[in-house]
Design a protein around this ligand. Sequence first.
Ligand code: NAD
Length: 308
Amino acid sequence: MVTRIGIHASIEALFPPEVLRDRLAAVDPEVVVVDTDEVDAVDALVTFAYEDAFLDAGLDWIHSVQAGIDRFPLEEFEAAGINLTNSTGTHGDSVGETVAGYMLAFARRLHEFRSKQERKEWAWAEWDAPFTLSGSSLCVVGLGTLGRGIAARADALGMDVTGVKRTPTPVDHVDTVHPSSELHEAIGGAKFVALAVPLTDETEGLIGAEELARMRADAVLVNVARGGVVDQSALADALRADDLGGAALDVFETEPLPADSPLWDMDDVIVTPHSAAAHREYPDRMAALVRENLRRIDDGERLANGVV
Ligand code: NAD
């Protein structure tokens, strides 16, 4: 039974926590915005950040407003008897469109023209730089919510889409699905490689120097997963050596990306501030997930998007 839900102040990183509180105004439990030192006064918490103080605050349920749960210590949650739910299933459209935007920028040189506009420079890109996405190839690594959202848009743009999935069963909009054991073959022939896996022990450093060397010299790496999935210094080396055509990066080993990172200044690198999923309806989607799980708690059902 949930009588009081806390909206943790850390949600401010994504949107004002009061907006989510107001979206949940009609639920039975009282909904309050709380700081870390107030979490022991609620039974359930909706949060962006993880704080150790959550573990012994007597919470029954924590909902993460992100899909990735790599920052949460799952074993400790299990030991403390706290149910953890996440927000996977909600970012396919927003991240799919962001990735389509990155790929269109590279194909049509839009990022290059934007930089020229800042200098009031009226000049074409090199004559052989622009291409079309139609007929270009994309390999999507990880075919969950994000991966499928990316694949659907790429297919609509006429791209040849392949993918990598632990269990290589067919997926809509993906011509060939490779098992994880064929990662190298899968990424080897693709103009774009998009990463959409969670950060786990298995995926940490999944794309390192060896994988980058396997990719085409004109390939573009797109990372909307987590920074730790890529060896960032190997990536910077490959870009510097022109062994890779470019990168579109939303996530980094350290966030915010430090000012001295070489990635900021590379012409063919698009840096976005972990914003691929940003959406003005984000609070509504989070409210819908919380409402659904409150209903399930009332009806004695298993929580949706349960992690622990
Ligand atoms: P999801 O759970 O719907 O999909 C993840 C998929 O990856 C699953 O199908 C899983 O089977 C697969 N997978 C796991 N390990 C794999 C491996 N080694 N090889 C191939 N596939 C593997 O999650 P999602 O909503 O698609 O999000 C995926 C990840 O993307 C999240 O965990 C999060 O870290 C990140 N993410 C980032 C943003 C952003 O703003 N940039 C937004 C949402 C999610």
